[in-house]
Write a protein that binds this ligand. Structure first.
Ligand code: ZN
Length: 282
C-alpha cells in the first residue's frame, strides 16, 4: 500500500466532531474526487475503507447510493444536482468542519509522499474556485500552501516537512501526523546507521590490519621470553589487544587503568611493534 493510501486509511478512522463535519468532508471530497460531467460525477476510490466512508456519508446525508461502473462510482442526474447544490453552499462554518473539509479534499484528491522521499503533500482540486476556497481554509490554520496547475486540476501543495506533519495531524486528530513523524524518524535513523556501516567497513579493514600487526609483535616478544621486561603500561595494552583483537583503539583505551585516549593507545602499541622489530634485528 502506498504511503498516501496508508494515511487515507488512518484519516478514515477519524470521527466526525459535529453533525456538520460529515457534510463538510463530502464537500471537500467532491471538490477533488474524480471528474465532473454535465450531469454526473465519476470517481474512483483508492481503497475499501475510503469507499465505505464516502458511501455511508452519501447515504446518511442525501440518501444517495453511487452506482458502480467499471471500477468507478457514479452519481448522476438528480442525485448529482442535489449533491452539488448542497455542498456548494457554505457548509464550512465551525473549526472542526473546516478541518473536515480539508480532510475530505485530501481523501478525494490528495497525496502525500512518505518522508523518506521528498517532502510533498498536495490536493488536486477540480475547479479554481474550490482551490481558492481550500487555500483560504488552509491559510486560516496558518498553513502556507502554494498553487499550481496540472492537466485539468488546480493543485494546492505544501513542501515543508513540519507543516505537512502538522496538517496530517489536524486532519486525523493527531494520528496521521504521528505516522508521518515516525517514518521521518525511521528515515533519519536509517541514514545515520547507513553512514555508520559505510564508514565501519572501510575502518574495519584498517583496524584488522593494524590489530594483526600488534598481535604478531606481542607474540614474538612473548616467544622470545622478553614480555616481562616491558614497562607495565605496554604490557597492559598488549594484553588487552591480545584478548580483544576486534576492538578499536578508542575502545581499548577505555579499558586501560588510566583510560587513555586513542593516540595514547596507538603510541603504546607502536612501541610494542618497534620492540618486536628490534628483537628481530638482535
Ligand atoms: Zn464540525
Amino acid at each position: 500500500m502506498s504511503f498516501s493510501s496508508e494515511i487515507k486509511e488512518i484519516l478514515c478512522k477519524t470521527q466526525y466532531e459535529c453533525p456538520g463535519c460529515r457534510l463538510s468532508e463530502l464537500a471537500g471530497f467532491f471538490a477533488c474526487a474524480g471528474k465532473n460531467g454535465s450531469d454526473e460525477v465519476r470517481f474512483s476510490v483508492s481503497n475499501k475503507v475510503l469507499s465505505l466512508r464516502i458511501c455511508n456519508a452519501l447515504k446518511s446525508e442525501f440518501g444517495i447510493f453511487p452506482e458502480n461502473d467499471r471500477r468507478r462510482l457514479v452519481i448522476a442526474g438528480n442525485d448529482f444536482k442535489k449533491l452539488y447544490t448542497e455542498i456548494s453552499t457554505d457548509v464550512v462554518i465551525y473549526e472542526c468542519c473546516k478541518i473536515a473539509y480539508i480532510r475530505g479534499a485530501f481523501l478525494g484528491g490528495g497525496s502525500v509522499n512518505a518522508p523518506d522521499k521528498k517532502y510533498h503533500i498536495e490536493f488536486g482540486v477540480k475547479s479554481d474556485e474550490d482551490a481558492q476556497r481550500l487555500l483560504g481554509v488552509l491559510e486560516e490554520f496558518d498553513f502556507r500552501p502554494k498553487i499550481t496547475h496540472r492537466k485539468e486540476k488546480t493543485v494546492v501543495y505544501i513542501k515543508e516537512s513540519s507543516q505537512i506533519a502538522e496538517l496530517l495531524g489536524y486532519m486525523s486528530n493527531g494520528r496521521a501526523g504521528l505516522e508521518f513523524l515516525s517514518v521521518q524518524v525511521e528515515k533519519e535513523l536509517k541514514s545515520s546507521a547507513q553512514r555508520q556501516v559505510n564508514c565501519d567497513s572501510a575502518n574495519l579493514e584498517k583496524l584488522a590490519k593494524a590489530s594483526s600487526k600488534h598481535i604478531e609483535a606481542i607474540k614474538r616478544i612473548k616467544a622470545a621470553h622478553k614480555w616481562s621486561t616491558l614497562p607495565d603500561v605496554l604490557r597492559e595494552i598488549g594484553e588487552l589487544r591480545l584478548k580483544n583483537p576486534d576492538l578499536s583503539l578508542e575502545a581499548l583505551g577505555k579499558m586501560t587503568e588510566q583510560g587513555i585516549g586513542k593516540s595514547g593507545v596507538n603510541h603504546r602499541l607502536n612501541r610494542i611493534v618497534e620492540y618486536a622489530q628490534n628483537l628481530r634485528k638482535d
